[in-house]
Design a protein around this ligand. Structure first.
Ligand code: ZN
Length: 236
């Protein structure tokens, strides 16, 4: 049986001499792996669709538990990412985060929209795209982060504060046992959650905190995040 679905390549691995296996974030069936036959041969028609960050309409043949890609129409390959090493690592953080967060049975559509939007922003050089994506993706997976009133006492946290990993929220210094967090981090995350942006030190600190939050919630974190942080700010 064949079906078509919009999908983004999260991972691609060589398989045998001429084939690849791609891990796709699909709109219709969440995350799945599919074989792409012959795509490593010179001039292979579907080679483009086996590359990381390829966003396309895929035609998939389903046979038992196995999927094979039989066709693809490109929407965007985000090719300009390869010209900016930091943006490339940022994009890897996006696909790795989606890969970690997508559990079996989770709807893929909203996460796909969010990931494709983030890759587009990274291609345009927007430095806070990964912060925005992490917040959206964590929320879709059931681990929302908030940055408003302290959930314990209702005051707006300021100065020294904490981030409570259980609640996914910033609290006053005295109100929780959470990890110490800076006002800069709070303001950056609050801005992005409110539809705004963040930059520089705020962006870095937000990414560091969200990386720690990932680890607590999923026992994993995007493996490219460390290198991405170093590329954004070599002195840190
Ligand atoms: Zn409080």
């Amino acid at each position: 049986m064949e079906f078509t679905t919009d999908a983004l390549v999260l991972r691609s691995a060589d398989y045998g001499e001429n084939d690849r296996i791609v891990t796709l974030l699909t709109a219709k069936r969440g995350k799945l792996s599919a074989v792409m036959k012959g795509v490593k041969k010179a001039g292979a028609r579907l080679n483009f669709a086996s590359r990381p960050f390829c966003f396309a309409e895929y035609v998939l043949a389903e046979k038992g538990p196995r999927y094979t890609v039989t066709g693809a129409s490109l929407y965007d390959g985000f090719f300009s990412l390869s010209e900016d090493i930091a943006a490339l690592y940022g994009a890897a953080c996006v696909t790795q985060a989606a890969d970690i967060l997508l559990y079996e049975g989770m709807a893929g559509g909203p996460l796909l929209v969010s990931a494709v939007h983030a890759l587009g922003e990274l291609s345009e050089g927007k430095g806070d795209a990964v912060v925005r994506f992490f917040l959206e993706a964590l929320s879709l997976a059931g681990y929302p982060v908030t940055a408003g009133e302290c959930p314990v006492c209702g005051a707006i946290p300021h100065g020294r504060m904490r981030f409570d990993m259980d609640r996914g929220a910033f609290t006053c210094d005295a109100c929780s046992e959470g990890v110490p967090a800076s006002e800069t981090t709070y303001l950056a995350i609050s801005s992005v959650l409110g539809g705004g942006s963040c930059a520089g030190d705020g962006c870095l600190r937000a990414l560091r905190l969200l990386g720690a939050y990932f680890l607590v919630k999923t026992d994993s974190r995007p493996q490219s995040l460390g290198e991405y942080l170093r590329l954004l700010h070599p002195l840190h």
